[in-house]
Design a protein around this ligand. Structure first.
Ligand code: MF3
Ligand code: CO
Ligand code: CO
Length: 252
């Protein structure tokens, strides 16, 4: 069941989402060769609590850390670790979900570490552009498949990349993961018709090769990697459907 939020709930989700955006920006400013993903986790955890919020991932289905940090071929749900030291040329997605006054905001972005290859930087830029294009088409009366699934699949296919199919976006706000599930590729399962007051994430995961398959690390049960070892990038926003279109709640 898709929850239509009332104005009080929207206000709370807007505040939490804005905080998530600020925390993402502040945490990303620390990225440099030599820093560990555990350092980024600790900084983000500090920023979140400083604002009276809590990190949603910590303890969620047993997840052990406060944020997700996904480096290179890690698609998502990378677990911060003092053993993962960022090096020049890496790319890293940082995913922040805050709980403020009981309301959830969820956002992520992929960043270069030092100077990655031209192809890695193109993957980042095109993934961000795919999200922006989908956002620009969100509005009341539009199906999820028209504004998100088809839009992202068509845009991304031009570059020989692939859209990850096993994970997707989700309703968000009152809970971490609500209906509807948002597929980022063309499918008749994306049949929800958007209405003003819906809040959900759009968070395409794009693999640099034509192989969309992923594997979950059996040793930790969380880390999702590309099956073929290629790079993967992701950007995520929490959006609100309005009467005239949409509002990106996780913009700075
Ligand atoms: N923030 C992720 C998302 O975009 C979910 C992370 S679940 C966790 O939906 F348990 F790994 F934190
Ligand atoms: Co999300
Ligand atoms: Co997220």
């Amino acid at each position: 069941m898709v929850i239509i939020k009332n104005s009080r709930q929207i206000d709370g989700i807007r505040k939490s989402s804005h905080l998530a955006a600020i925390v993402l920006n502040r945490t990303a400013s620390l990225i440099r060769p030599g820093i560990t993903t555990q350092d980024l986790n600790n900084a983000a955890d500090f920023f979140i609590r400083q604002h009276g919020a809590t990190p949603a991932p910590l303890g969620y289905n047993g997840y052990p850390k406060s944020i997700c940090t996904s480096v290179n071929d890690v698609v998502c749900h990378g677990i911060p670790s003092s053993k993962v030291i960022l090096k020049n040329g890496d790319i890293i997605n940082i995913d922040i979900t805050t709980v403020l006054d009981g309301y959830y905001g969820d956002t992520s972005a992929t960043f270069p570490v030092g100077q990655p290859s031209e192809s890695a930087r193109q993957l980042i830029d095109r993934t961000q552009a795919a999200l922006a294009l989908a956002v620009s088409r969100v509005g009341p009366g539009v199906t999820v498949n028209d504004c998100i699934g088809k839009t992202i699949a068509t845009f991304i296919g031009r570059f020989g990349y692939s859209v990850v199919r096993d994970l997707g976006g989700h309703g968000v706000g009152i809970k971490f993961h609500e209906d509807p599930f948002i597929f980022h590729f063309d499918t008749d399962k994306n049949n929800t018709i958007l209405k003003a007051g819906m809040t959900f994430t759009i968070e395409p995961m794009i693999n640099a090769s034509s192989d969309c398959r992923v594997v979950i690390d059996s040793s930790d049960g969380w880390t999702v990697r590309t099956a073929d070892g290629s790079l993967s990038a992701q950007f995520e926003h929490t959006v609100l459907v309005t009467r005239s279109g949409c509002e990106v709640l996780t913009k700075l």
